[in-house]
Design a protein around this ligand. Structure first.
Ligand code: HEM
Ligand code: SF4
Length: 573
């Protein structure tokens, strides 16, 4: 018989969030259990000893689906599995026997030899595909487990690594690609990036964090590392007593709950960067939430605690040398494009030349040839930006045009159209198991269409194409953010489409893009739709309003009218 009596009152005990620092050491989900059983870093030894010789089938499921990320490896999506299956398919249906391999480039700076090693891995083992990502990594695809040890050997022989490129770890540390070769910086932050990366990447003290953990350390006045959306940011400032150092910011991130980082009001002298990095990261390790993966990023703790408490606990429990002085905010970074592209003057009279692949996608052989150009025209130094671009530095000014022409030959334009400059795309359905839609190819198509339809368009309108809500290509901070979704056709079939977010900006008065309610455009209508938006913007804007400031000046009804698709693009609501 069913018991219909009133249930016993629930205990008022607050639900633990699995925070180690409060004594909760029992794993509360499968990912925490796997990490507890064996540190992800230990998978390296098994890859070399067992999995590479034994092939894909010798890989245990926990290592395959969790720990291999600690070494930058993630199975890629099986070809041909449609976006409709993403939410419901079993892992076996989605995962291919090939890997995506992420190579971390802390600070984004590579030597030509390093770039050649990456190109070799792509050409030899990765079907000549490579992606320059929006976090200064290079991501390879089609990697077989058998080839992983020899790729590591080659990469490590030139000082590159895939360690902690993925997983619940300190990921690549962002830095300005022009660090040390621009006047537009508070100072060159490179030594501080190195100090942190050398000491702490691979340190078992920080290899079991509640979730991924992203750092930016930069003195760039353009804010090109997007410090507002990192877990931990050191933002270059001149602090008390004219001392160079950093404003400390924590708790930024995008995905489904986007948040901008909060200032703690503290000043970090440069010689305290490693200590403070370890302090904030230790605080996250101890107090970060480990119950739900969806609430495990540092931003949720910062939101709940607020910056004052974060600073207090940091200084009391985690800083060896005690409290930090108060410090000034950084100069406001520009709200729009934060890119280092084209021919840019260096303080030493030489120039840096930034150029744009198609939404981050390059071929390994293009990288090999670009490495050669950096030797022939520069000092053999190539930098990756946090916007999926590359920069060759130290070029004699009178040879800049020749380098630009040589890059054009490789389809890597330094003076490309505004659409080539400002379009980004995430990995998408081609290789990503979380994707709903295709991205890189669509972004390239969209760019080409817009170049043809709007040849005179002059403003860097940032168009970011994403394959799902995770926002790896940052749709919430784009002028036009496109996010894949499925939309029913009149015949009942489902079709690729995009949800639209408009007017995302960072910097002073920054705001996440406004979702245009009810508008879902079929993917094949994306070029028509973006063209329409840009033409309306050109007609209606006042003065030199940027796209985002124009959009953000509209009230809800005006925005709906502005973003209304053309009638021949079907029923939209
Ligand atoms: C829950 C899962 C995921 C979330 C919430 C997520 C979220 C994000 C976010 C917000 C960024 C942008 C970071 C920035 O610029 O600051 C990013 C970067 C990126 N994500 Fe994801 N992502 C997820 C899974 C994946 C998967 C499965 C793949 C692909 C196979 C992927 C590929 C990338 C790539 C290539 C980048 C560029 C940055 C990098 O090199 O780390 N992401 N992700
Ligand atoms: S946004 Fe989604 S589809 Fe795109 S790479 Fe990230 S997880 Fe994959």
């Amino acid at each position: 018989m069913t018991d219909t009596s009133t249930p016993a009152p629930r205990s008022p005990r607050p639900r633990g969030e699995g925070q180690w620092g409060l004594g909760y050491h029992e794993p509360l989900n499968a990912a925490e259990q796997i990490k507890k059983e064996d540190d992800g870093l230990n998978v390296r030894e098994r890859i070399e000893r067992i999995f590479a010789p034994g092939g894909f089938r010798s890989i245990g499921k926990q290592d395959l689906r969790a720990r291999m990320r600690w070494w930058g490896l993630y199975t890629q999506r099986k070809q041909g599995v449609p976006g409709e299956r993403t939410g419901s398919a079993e892992p076996e249906e989605l995962e291919d026997e090939f890997f995506m391999m992420r190579i971390r480039i802390d600070g984004g700076a590579m030597t030509s030899d390093q770039l050649r090693a990456i190109a070799w891995a792509s050409e030899r083992h990765g079907r000549d595909v490579a992606d320059i990502t929006d976090r200064q990594n290079v991501q390879l695809h089609w990697i077989r487990i058998e080839d992983v040890p020899s790729i590591w050997e080659r990469l490590e022989s030139v000082g590159l690594s895939t360690q902690e490129a993925c997983g619940d770890t300190p990921r690549v540390i962002l830095g300005c690609p022009l660090a040390g070769v621009t006047a537009e910086e508070v100072f060159d932050a490179t030594p501080d990036i190195r100090a942190v990366a050398e000491r702490f990447v691979g340190d078992p003290a920080f290899s079991n964090l509640p979730r991924k953990y992203k750092t930016s350390i930069s003195g760039c006045l353009a804010g090109c590392t997007n410090h507002e959306i990192n877990d931990l940011s050191f933002v270059g400032v001149i602090g008390p007593g004219e001392q160079a150092g950093y404003d400390l910011q924590v708790g930024g991130g995008l995905s489904t709950n986007p948040m901008f980082a909060r200032r703690l009001g503290a000043f970090v002298p440069r010689d305290r960067v490693p200590e403070v990095w370890a302090g904030v990261t230790g605080l996250f390790r101890e107090y970060g939430y480990r119950r739900s993966r969806n609430h495990a990023r540092l931003k949720f703790l910062v939101k709940d605690w607020g910056p004052e408490r974060v600073r207090e606990v940091l200084e009391r429990e985690f800083l060896e040398r005690g409290p930090l002085p108060d410090g000034p905010p950084p100069a406001p970074a520009p709200p729009g494009a934060r890119e280092h592209l084209g021919v840019m003057a260096q303080p030493d009279g030489r120039v840096a030349v930034g150029f744009a692949p198609r939404a981050g996608r390059v071929a390994g052989h293009q990288l090999r040839l670009a490495a050669g150009l950096s030797d022939a025209f520069g000092s053999g130094s190539v930098r990756a930006t946090a916007q999926q671009k590359l920069v060759i530095v130290d070029v004699d000014a009178d040879r800049a045009d020749a380098l630009v022409a040589a890059l054009d030959e490789l389809d890597l334009p330094a003076r490309g159209s505004v659409f080539r400059r400002s379009t980004m795309a995430c990995t998408g359905i081609e290789f990503c198991k979380l994707a709903i839609g295709e991205t890189k190819g669509r972004a390239a198509w969209l760019t080409a269409e817009l170049e043809e339809r709007l040849p005179g368009f002059g403003e860097d309108v940032r168009i970011h194409v994403n394959g799902c809500p995770n926002s790896c290509a940052r749709f919430q901070v784009a002028d036009i953010g496109l996010m894949s979704a499925l939309r029913a056709r009149p015949d009942g079939t489902k079709s690729d489409s995009f949800l639209v977010h408009l007017g995302g900006t960072m910097g002073e008065g920054g705001a996440f893009g406004r979702k245009v309610r009810g508008v879902k455009i079929y993917a094949e209508d994306a070029a028509d739709y973006v063209e329409l938006l840009l033409r309306r913007y050109e007609q209606r804007r006042a003065g030199d309003d940027s796209f985002s400031s124009f959009v953000n000046g509209l009230d809800a009804d005006e925005l709906a009218a502005f973003a209304e698709p053309a009638p021949d693009h079907g029923a939209l609501r």
